[in-house]
Design a protein around this ligand. Structure first.
Ligand SMILES: [Zn+2]
Length: 246
């Protein structure tokens, strides 16, 4: 398994924290990397694919400790991934350096209706917009309320272009979904964005990886309600084998 920036952020925060973070379901003996119970750990299956994009997660408050976090799954899928603790007053220097690195075109992923300056919105194809630079997709990882706060209160994001999911792909996706959850998980947003960035293999890989994670995560806490045959994990493995044989 490849240890990535989200895992490292988790370890750093753990070492620095004075009191334990009591996540719901903290009695479960979880794998430190995938946060699924040790019995159903999925780390062995972590995706191993290449992409033409980089990803930066700006992680809110205690999001890094939430076992249900899905930003982690994006960095499982996109190998060039960065994760930084968000701070309103003390932004990380490494993060600012990355935003100013001429090799990258940073792009904030956020819904267009919350963007006051509509000039910031990327219209049309996002890939040509980057003019040969590596797109650095920035996801605000936290609850919806926290994500909005990060978007509003981070001056270093203010001048960056914003990519929003097209309404038609969003509604198509919402129709296929089985639950009625109104807001998408960070990994689900990333699936749609990767698709818009023409990273089809990565988009499909992340979608299946997200399903496999959700299944194993639920299996960890509610035995009996989830199919122990793990059909989502099987679908993920099958798709990865297909990609390799193409
Ligand atoms: Zn694991």
């Amino acid at each position: 398994m490849r240890v990535h920036a989200f895992h490292r952020l988790y370890q750093q925060r753990l070492e620095r924290s004075t009191k334990p973070f009591n996540a719901r379901g903290c009695k479960v003996d979880r794998c430190q990397h995938c946060q699924v119970s040790v019995t159903y750990c999925i780390c062995h299956y972590q995706p191993d694919i290449e992409t033409d994009v980089a990803v930066m997660l700006l992680v809110s408050d205690n999001e890094v400790f939430k076992p249900s976090n899905t930003g982690r799954l994006i960095l499982d899928t996109v190998k060039e991934g960065y994760a930084f603790q968000w701070s309103r007053t003390e932004p990380s220097k490494d993060m600012l350096d990355l935003l100013n690195d001429p090799r990258y075109q940073p792009i904030v992923v956020f819904p267009d209706e919350y963007v006051d300056d509509k000039q910031r919105l990327i219209q049309g194809e996002p890939q040509p917009f980057c003019q040969g630079k590596t797109p650095l997709l920035i996801f605000l990882d936290g609850s919806w309320r926290e994500a909005r706060r990060i978007f509003r209160k981070s001056p270093y994001l203010d001048s960056l272009p914003v990519l929003s999911i097209k309404p038609e792909s969003l509604s198509q996706y919402m129709m296929r979904r089985s639950d009625n959850e109104q807001h998408l998980a960070t990994a689900e947003v990333a699936c749609l964005v990767l698709k818009e960035m023409r990273q089809d293999v990565a988009a499909l890989t992340l979608a299946n990886w997200f399903d496999a994670f959700k299944e194993s995560y639920l299996l960890s806490k509610s035995r009996g309600k989830v199919d122990p045959q793990r059909p989502a994990l099987k679908r993920f493995i099958e798709q990865q084998q297909n990609e390799k044989s193409v």
